[in-house]
Design a protein around this ligand. Structure first.
Ligand SMILES: NC(=O)c1ccc[n+]([C@@H]2O[C@H](COP(=O)([O-])OP(=O)(O)OC[C@H]3O[C@@H](n4cnc5c(N)ncnc54)[C@H](OP(=O)(O)O)[C@@H]3O)[C@@H](O)[C@H]2O)c1
Length: 279
């Protein structure tokens, strides 16, 4: 698996598994299957109620001989009101995961108390309990404002990123400080895009995307992931199906031509496909 080097010099796999909705025994089974396929980066969140399933899957794999250092475990904090409650919240995630360190901890969205929360994260980072810290769903404006008060610049900003929302201005703004864009919902969560001039169905039904995919004998999903990865964007597609885990993982054996990348780049509308975001 190819890796990216974060702005604090630690390495992270470029591609991982998103785990939203992977809960309970079925969720844990899917995580175990992803480990078998070769996934080492996993994205969880307190909000997903699956940190304990992820921790169990990882700890089983460690017992079976995979080294802890091979994994890159990421989770995200819900809002907290004080530094103290944030510290307790981080401890709770460590306990749920059954791990003594977390590779990446993000603030799930720009909460009112994000700066206070981040202070607690910085403190755990300095102790080595968090190997990297970052944010999620911070717009260009929110990011620029947030970094004014950070002692440790966020390593990652995880945001909605796909063909229709390529986050070009945000990427430009984060370049100077080396904050990495991680894409959530690279397939727009399978949403039906009917009415968006996309040919109906999900983004994976988009005719332009389909015709490019057929040229390379790849699936539309593989082309989307390859397109994002090529630009240094980390991707965490979610699937509960092993066949799709394999499909989404196998995107390192082909390259898109500059011409095809331009065609895909032109699909960008710089508009969110989700009503709750605030980019
Ligand atoms: N920070 C945030 O606020 C935030 C928000 C949203 C998501 N996230 C993170 O990002 C991850 C990914 O986003 P997401 O789960 O919203 O959506 P996504 O990865 O864009 O899409 C998932 C959907 O696509 C389907 N799918 C997966 N692989 C496929 C393939 N090869 N071909 C066709 N369909 C495929 C899945 O169905 P099956 O499962 O049936 O295969 C599921 O319906 C989440 O799981 C979560 O970890 C973070």
């Amino acid at each position: 698996m190819q890796t990216l080097t974060l702005n604090n010099s630690i390495k992270m796999p470029l591609l991982g598994l998103g785990t939203y909705t992977l809960t309970g025994s079925a969720g844990q089974k899917a995580m175990c299957e992803a480990i078998e396929v070769g996934y080492r980066l996993f994205d969880s969140a307190q909000m997903y109620h699956n940190e304990s399933e992820l921790g169990a899957a990882i700890n089983n794999a460690i017992k079976a001989g995979i080294k802890r250092e091979e994994f890159f475990i990421q989770t995200k904090l819900l809002g907290a009101n004080s530094e103290d409650s944030t510290k307790k919240s981080i401890e709770k995630s460590l306990q749920s995961l059954g791990l003594d360190y977390i590779d990446s901890l993000l603030i799930h969205e720009p909460y009112t108390q994000s700066k206070t929360m981040y202070k607690a994260m910085e403190s755990f980072y300095k102790q080595g309990i968090l190997k990297s810290i970052g944010i999620s769903n911070f717009s260009t404006k929110a990011y620029k404002e947030f970094i004014q008060t950070c002692e440790i610049i966020p390593a990652i900003n995880q945001c909605e990123t796909h063909l229709l929302m390529q986050q070009k201005p945000l990427r430009e703004a984060m370049k100077a400080k080396g904050t990495l864009l991680q894409s959530w919902s690279p397939f727009i969560a399978g949403k039906n895009m009917a009415g968006k001039n996309m040919g109906g169905g999900s983004i994976l039904e988009n005719p332009t995307l389909k015709s490019i995919a057929s040229k390379y004998d790849k699936t539309p999903a593989q082309v989307v992931l390859r397109f994002l990865i090529k630009q240094g964007i980390s991707v965490i597609p979610k699937t509960s199906k092993k066949t799709r885990m394999i499909e989404n993982f196998n995107v390192f054996d082909f390259s898109l031509s500059a011409e095809d990348r331009e065609i895909l780049s032109a699909l960008d509308t710089n508009k969110s496909s989700f009503s709750w975001t605030n980019y």
